[in-house]
Design a binder for this molecule. Structure first.
Ligand code: UT7
Length: 325
């Protein structure tokens, strides 16, 4: 398979560190050196996850010189659907991909890489030819805007790629997917219900989801330990040395994590792709959104070899080595 198109979309409103200092007890002096973040985009009341994901997908399909009716499958990696029953069907309708099957995939910040690997399996078995993988999240809907330890970190966005089956090459060179559910409590957006007696001897739960919580230090330590390992495994399977890589594109959670991982891999910092200062942490969107921004900026070129890694809630982490274009 080849990865032949890329697109992205962000809401228009930009929330700066300065804005945040008016919301909670924080400052640019705290946020920027600790995370690398300056701005993030946040959706307003009339902007939906489905529309943002559809905008990114439409751009990726146009970039691949395809028509939406050529798409066989849409995988929407998100933890923040408009509808708990899933938003992929809505995206299929919005973009007019009338022939495509569509489903949501939830692995939080690892979702895009898990989705890319899933797409490759459908393509390699010959079942589908054109698959769109979207990473999209609107975490501004779900953070506690009074909790300075989390609300300053997240932003909204969507990014998408088109994967296509080809006879001649397979540009997803290798991958690794891992989970450690014993650390599930480190990062949550959990259900919280109250008991409601319904009938004699029957009590049900009725409720919603409580805002995002994170043990930042634990997740930081986990990422710096596990991400280099996952990339090294995939590099080994691909038969590549670190010097063969053109770019390292990690989930954009913290600039310090990206720098630490690059250092462990002995990769020069110029090879890190980072747009964290513009977008903050956009969860499942962060990798394709950064990829698209760097393609549009002319930095990533066809033929470039890229190592990507998603990591976060689950805890889950993943890596993939692919050739763009
Ligand atoms: O996308 C999923 C994956 N997520 C990640 O990978 C995130 C990983 N974790 C991190 O990136 C970092 O742990 C954070 C950026 C979240 C936090 O940085 P830290 O250096 O670990 O800070 P901390 O949580 O240890 O907090 C240090 C101090 C505390 O004050 P005290 O207890 O030392 O007095 C916090 O209360 O900084 C305080 N603090 C803040 N101060 C101003 C925490 N958040 C803020 C804030 N503004 N926004």
């Amino acid at each position: 398979m080849a990865i032949i198109g890329c697109g992205s979309a962000t809401p228009s409103a930009i929330l700066s560190n300065h804005h945040l200092s008016q919301v909670v007890d924080t400052s640019d002096e705290w946020i920027y050196p600790r995370t690398g973040m300056k701005n993030r985009h946040v959706s307003s009341t009339n902007e939906t996850l489905s529309q943002l994901a559809a905008d990114a997908a439409q751009k990726a399909i146009a970039d691949a010189n395809l028509d939406p009716t050529n798409i066989d499958l849409i995988i929407l990696a998100t933890s923040t659907p408009d509808d708990l029953f899933g938003s992929a069907s809505k995206v299929q309708h919005l973009i007019g991909a009338t022939q495509a099957a569509a489903f949501d995939l939830t692995v939080a910040c690892s979702g895009f890489v898990f989705g890319l690997i899933t797409a490759a399996q459908y393509i390699r078995t010959g079942v589908y030819k054109n698959v769109v993988v979207i990473g999209a999240d609107l975490l501004s809907r779900w953070v506690d805007w009074t909790d300075r330890t989390t609300c300053v970190l997240f932003g909204d966005g969507a990014g998408a790629v088109v994967c296509q089956g080809t006879e001649t090459k397979d540009n997803l060179l290798a991958f690794e997917m891992r989970n450690d559910g014993s650390q599930h409590g480190c990062l949550n957006l959990g259900y919280q219900g109250e008991s409601k007696p319904l009938a004699e001897g029957i009590t049900v739960q009725v409720g919603g989801y409580k805002p995002l919580t994170m043990s930042g230090k634990e997740v930081y330590r986990f990422a710096v330990a596990k991400v280099p390992e996952a990339i090294e495994k995939a590099m080994f399977r691909a038969g590549l040395a670190i010097d063969d890589l053109d770019w390292l594109l990690l989930h954009q959670a913290n600039q310090r994590i990206m720098d630490a991982v690059a250092k462990r891999l002995k990769l020069p910092s110029e090879k890190i792709l980072s747009r964290i200062s513009e977008y903050g942490n956009t969860s499942a969107a962060s990798i394709p959104l950064t990829l698209d921004t760097e393609i549009r900026a002319g930095k990533v070129k066809p033929g470039d070899k890229i190592a990507v890694s998603g990591f976060g809630a689950g805890l889950a982490w993943s890596s993939a080595i692919f050739v763009w274009g």
